[in-house]
Design a protein around this ligand. Structure first.
Ligand SMILES: [Zn+2]
Length: 371
């Protein structure tokens, strides 16, 4: 097989963790990234792409999306999101089509989320009733079914105790069964009571940041110690607070919780809850929303560099995606070229010049994501 190499020359490199010192030439092809060397040390291999005035980033990861159609895969990559972590998609035939698509973002999925019989998710039109769970025995059976369908992780929708979600014993059974199968558990926890339940049950990753109250200080430290990562979906929480107009729910709580978690050393991962299903509290567009999320994370106290990590190396590590999220030889050639320096000004991620997925360049992007 002949692989056509590309070298982005004379470019600043954010490697997923740090901004590398000096300018670099980065070479890659469909097999992966092949070299990262200081500019001027060797002639550029393959097709050169001028990186002057630009920064090369690992392809972005959105750690919370949903899908309704295949077009959403290419909307993601147009905005530099090369990996999307689905958080509930059914039926399995549609999921199989998403996985098989040869364009757009590479996805991971839990299949349909598992939810209790009484929470709001049980009333989403078309939500698979056979996935509702009320007992530990049902939890074990549902997790086994997900594993049989090739789930990459398990998603469980938690509510505050007594509010219709799976209770502690059932949630613990989900966690134990998933861990026995070698899978992580991601818990939807949009209320403080649900966060507490998830942490007690031992879930690995929490998603959403509650609007009903800020997590209290001692509990923030517990969360930071016990969970692998938090995916707060500030874009969705801001939209929800705005659209519901319920004075008991405030975006300030979500933002302040993220600030406190970050200060306590919790791992924060970027995710948007991109979603246009009928009846969702806020429609969040695929792709462009990740750039909104990065800005909201910076507003919540992450530095621009930390925000970039949250959508690259940190996201990949939290979900066990060892082949991506960094710019280093041997890794998947998902890379994004942006004008300017997003490590000092996060809004620069919107100034996309080019996106490559697995070494293939998308039609030149040269567009600015809407602010
Ligand atoms: Zn979601």
């Amino acid at each position: 097989m002949i692989l056509t190499a590309t070298t982005v020359t004379d470019v600043a490199v954010f490697d997923g963790t740090e901004l590398l010192r000096g300018r670099h030439d980065v070479t890659f092809d469909a097999s992966g990234i092949t070299s990262v060397i200081r500019t001027g040390t060797a002639p550029a291999a393959g097709t050169p792409v001028d990186g002057t005035g630009a920064t090369l980033l690992p392809g972005l990861v959105d750690a919370h999306v949903h899908f309704r159609d295949l077009e959403q895969l290419s909307a993601l990559t147009r905005y530099g999101v090369t990996t999307a972590l689905d958080m509930s998609t059914w039926p399995p035939e549609f999921l199989a089509r998403l996985r098989a698509a040869d364009h757009g973002a590479d996805i991971r999925s839990p299949g349909a989320a598992l939810a209790g019989p009484g929470g709001p998710h049980a009333h989403i039109p078309g939500f698979p009733a056979e996935d509702l769970l009320a007992t530990p025995e049902q939890a074990r059976r549902r997790v086994a079914a997900r594993v049989a369908h090739g789930a990459d992780y398990i998603k469980v929708v938690l509510e505050a105790p007594g509010a219709g979600g799976p209770e502690l014993e059932t949630t613990t059974a989900v966690v134990d069964a998933a861990h026995e199968a070698g899978l992580r558990v991601v818990a939807h926890a949009a209320a403080t009571g649900a966060v507490e339940l998830g942490v007690r049950a031992g879930v690995d990753i929490l998603t959403h940041a509650p609007l009903d109250a800020e997590l209290d200080e001692s509990f923030v430290r517990v969360v930071a110690d016990r969970v692998r990562a938090v995916v707060p979906t500030l874009t969705m929480m801001a939209g929800t607070a705005r659209n519901l107009g319920n004075p008991a729910l405030s975006y300030d709580h979500a933002r302040d919780t993220v600030a406190a978690l970050h200060q306590a050393g919790a791992v924060v991962v970027a995710g948007t809850d991109a979603n246009d299903a009928p009846g969702v509290p806020a429609a969040v567009p695929h792709g462009s929303s990740l750039h909104d999320e990065l800005e909201l994370l910076v507003e919540a106290g992450l530095t621009p560099l930390e925000a970039l990590r949250s959508a690259t190396a940190t996201a990949a590590t939290a979900f066990g995606l060892d082949d991506r999220g960094r710019i280093a030889p041997g890794l998947r050639a998902d890379v994004v070229l942006v004008t300017g320096d997003p490590a000092s000004d996060i809004s620069a991620t919107r100034r996309l010049r080019s996106v490559w997925t697995a070494g293939r360049r998308l039609g030149d992007v040269q567009r600015e994501a809407p602010a």
